[in-house]
Design a protein around this ligand. Sequence first.
Ligand SMILES: [Zn+2]
Length: 302
Amino acid sequence: MFFKSKEAMRILLLLTFGITSCTPSEVTRADEAFSGDSAYVYVEKQLASGPRYPGAPGRPAFQEWLEHELTQLGWVVVQQSFEYKGAALVNFIASHPHNEGTAPIILAAHYDTRRFADRDAWHEDQAVPGANDGASGVAILLELARVFTEYSPSHDLVLVFFDGEDQGRIEEWDWAVGSQYYVDHLTLDPSAVVIVDMVGDHDLNLPYERSSDPDLVASIWATGQELGFEQFMYEPGPSLIDDHIPFIQKGIPAIDIIDFTYPQWHTTADQLDKVSAESLGVVGKTLERWLIEFASEDRTTR
Ligand SMILES: [Zn+2]
């Protein structure tokens, strides 16, 4: 349906970005290590705690596990606790001691899962397991945390795990509550913000989200296509409310990498078997490469 334009755009992107934006030594580095299989295990481990919505029984165990995983990898974790409509919410912010600058790249995902599966025809009063909607993004961040412990990406990377993204319209909650709080209290001056959400679908297709920063879209999509990942389709997808919006509203370049075509979205069928290690690998390897290349550019001009 989009073959002709996609192929043409792929070639254009390769010519525009692939050759001019990075030196050969950066492109051919052989030690990239993001593993889709490892990321998949991170999804599996999150699901073992059950749903992760505010107040969920398994949520404290999940939060403890998340902090433990990051700490064990050498990351320093700060909990940003706050209250929203009487509920205790907490964002987890992780940085690595080898990061020293002041204009980091923020890579973020929401870890909360939706309290009610309100798009489920039969179980709308049950919670969403959140294998793709929640766990897939967190898994990408954790696997990148592992990779960038093994070698320095030579730039500043901050990983943020947002709470309160996915309870919109339940008991009059807003969407993206955790990211809004984070942005309202931001002390960093990030050069770019990358959100990953719902990126584990077996049938992964990534048209770009329309509110996302166009330069970041072009740069990341070109990287994905350089790696041969045609899932990065350089064509407009939906316009969504997600954790990138509070950053954009504050004038910070932000992007939402999301495959919104997911039949199990906000249903009880959003389970482990709907997630693909290969798809996680497509997104994770692209971000790994992009983070290395982006860091090598002169970010003072951004
Ligand atoms: Zn959701």
